[in-house]
Design a binder for this molecule. Structure first.
Ligand SMILES: *[C@@H]1O[C@H](CO)[C@@H](O)[C@H](O)[C@H]1NC(C)=O
Ligand SMILES: *[C@@H]1O[C@H](CO)[C@@H](O)[C@H](O)[C@H]1NC(C)=O
Ligand SMILES: *[C@@H]1O[C@H](CO)[C@@H](O)[C@H](O)[C@H]1NC(C)=O
Ligand SMILES: *[C@@H]1O[C@H](CO)[C@@H](O)[C@H](O)[C@H]1NC(C)=O
Ligand SMILES: *[C@@H]1O[C@H](CO)[C@@H](O)[C@H](O)[C@H]1NC(C)=O
Ligand SMILES: [Zn+2]
Length: 439
């Protein structure tokens, strides 16, 4: 008798810890990122579709990227809900300061060892809880986490054109097919614009205006596609970005930063990540740390130099071992050049996330979002708990807060993402008590 009782108990426990099959009470979710879409890019352009979304959805005035305002670090904060020091994707390049290895950004998209540092992205967590997920070009979507891949993923190829409007529409059609024909629950879709145009021409140019008009038409196409596919009442959409963009200040208007003016990089350093906008890192040679620091500390009025241990805690980058001993941050618009000044980029990012030019767009619409709702600014780290709540997924430990976003929701009772499953567990408990009473 006692052993039978134990068996029943064990069975109940097995059932309740197994990932429960998903419940249709949750709507599907599409996360779209337009790389480098600064918060105010729609304000000097005719954007009828984005304007319509203000009335028929949620707009945040702007949102804050994490402290390293670069593509891979910021996208990975959005999909994990973790600060950069916790997820470890500290740069667009994969690197190893001991061997001198540097892997260019697009090649990192297939290197699990750069992304898989213990923080699980939402795709994997959702899959482990019975959902079906996919990534269309989203950074980090093409690698394995603890040996597990995203159910469906596409990785951007080298030299793939990023601004082909027909291609953009085909990508939307593909994603709609994943939702309708294959019943995917959560998809992330990435576009490389307006970042490319922002770098090449600068943000305050007719070229940037033109690409925002193209993005606006694409959002119009998306809304039509959602309607045609019968997803209007079943799909939530979040539109956001990874950082903003600012015009690079050049000679002769300013005294540009060139580190080789102040020290011998060759003599004093063994590794560096410089020439990538407003953020840089230096690994001094053994014993030269203080010399490098002293040489740069007061070298240029628009350059801030930190020893790793001096980095302000609120940046949330200091803790990670991939952060190098010397970290450089330039004032808005000053690129950190190492040995020569190339002037390839007319616009750039990497500057402090407190600068308005680094803030980014946030819009959302769909059955669970309120209409005509203007949200206050918040940290992008809080997109993660919002997505978990929308999908009914129990979140991993994270650094976001649902209180930043819950007022956007039609049903904003603070029940967390797990209410549906708690109900199921409760009915299992009742079942267990009935069985026990019968024995
Ligand atoms: C992910 O794991 C699969 C199966 O082990 C393997 O075939 C694939 O190459 C891995 N992908 C990456 C990016 O490491
Ligand atoms: C844009 O993409 C479409 C569809 O993939 C293709 O047919 C067309 O040739 C592309 N245009 C350019 C300029 O690459
Ligand atoms: C680098 O070190 C060499 C050898 O000590 C020295 O001759 C040279 O002047 C140094 N260069 C700079 C720029 O300090
Ligand atoms: C650059 O430094 C000068 C001198 O401290 C300062 O006046 C100026 O505002 C700085 N530029 C920026 C963009 O912060
Ligand atoms: C971020 O979240 C992780 C996981 O809960 C936690 O270990 C870490 O201390 C958090 N960071 C901050 C700054 O609160
Ligand atoms: Zn980017």
């Amino acid at each position: 008798m006692k052993s039978e009782l134990l068996l029943v108990l064990a069975l109940c426990l097995c059932v309740s810890t197994k990932p429960l099959s998903k419940k249709r009470t949750y709507n599907k979710l599409l996360l779209i990122s337009f790389d480098g879409f600064r918060w105010d890019y729609d304000q000097d352009v005719n954007t009828p579709n984005l304007d319509k979304l203000v009335k028929e959805g949620v707009k945040a005035k702007y949102i804050n990227p994490p402290a390293i305002t670069m593509t891979s670090p910021s996208h990975f904060t959005t999909i994990t809900g973790r600060w950069i020091e916790d997820h470890g994707v500290v740069h667009n390049l994969m690197f190893n300061d001991k061997t001198g290895l540097r892997v260019p950004h697009k090649a990192t998209l297939k290197r699990s060892e750069w992304w898989d540092n213990g923080a699980l992205p939402l795709w994997i967590t959702a899959q482990n809880q019975g959902l079906k997920t996919a990534s269309f070009f989203y950074p980090g979507g093409g690698v394995n986490y603890s040996g597990q891949a995203v159910d469906r993923f596409l990785v951007e190829d080298h030299g793939q054109p990023d601004d082909n409007e027909t291609g953009w529409q085909q990508n939307i059609d593909t994603v709609m097919g994943w939702f309708t024909k294959e019943d995917f629950d959560f998809v992330t879709l990435y576009y490389g614009e307006p970042d490319n145009v922002g770098h090449a021409f600068g943000p305050e140019t007719p070229e940037r205006i033109k690409i925002i008009e193209q993005i606006d038409r694409t959002i119009g196409y998306l809304r039509e596609a959602i309607h045609k596919n019968g997803l209007t009442d079943h799909l939530n959409v979040i539109l956001t970005s990874d950082h903003g963009m600012t015009t690079i200040k050049m000679a002769s208007k300013v005294n540009e930063i060139k580190l080789s003016n102040y020290m011998s990089l060759f003599n004093l350093t063994r590794f560096d990540l410089l020439d990538y906008g407003g953020f840089g890192m230096i690994t001094p040679r053994e014993g030269n740390e203080q010399e490098v620091y002293d040489a740069l500390k007061n070298a240029h009025p628009n350059l801030t130099v930190y020893k790793k241990e001096e980095i302000p805690e609120h940046f949330h980058i200091r803790k990670h071992e991939r952060i190098q001993p010397i970290v450089l941050l330039a004032d808005l618009g000053f690129n950190i050049n190492s040995r020569i000044i190339l002037h390839i980029n007319k616009g750039d990012h990497g500057f402090s996330n407190e600068e308005m030019d680094m803030k980014m767009i946030f819009r959302a619409f769909g059955p669970d979002f309120r209409d005509n709702f203007l949200a206050e600014p918040f940290d992008s780290v809080s997109i993660y708990p919002l997505m978990c709540k929308l999908l009914g997924v129990v979140p991993e430990a994270n650094n976001g807060s649902l209180s930043d976003t819950k007022d956007m929701l039609v049903d904003n009772a603070d029940t967390g993402g797990s209410s549906g499953r708690i109900k199921v567990s409760f009915s299992l408990l009742v079942l267990m008590i009935i069985i026990l009473t019968l024995i």
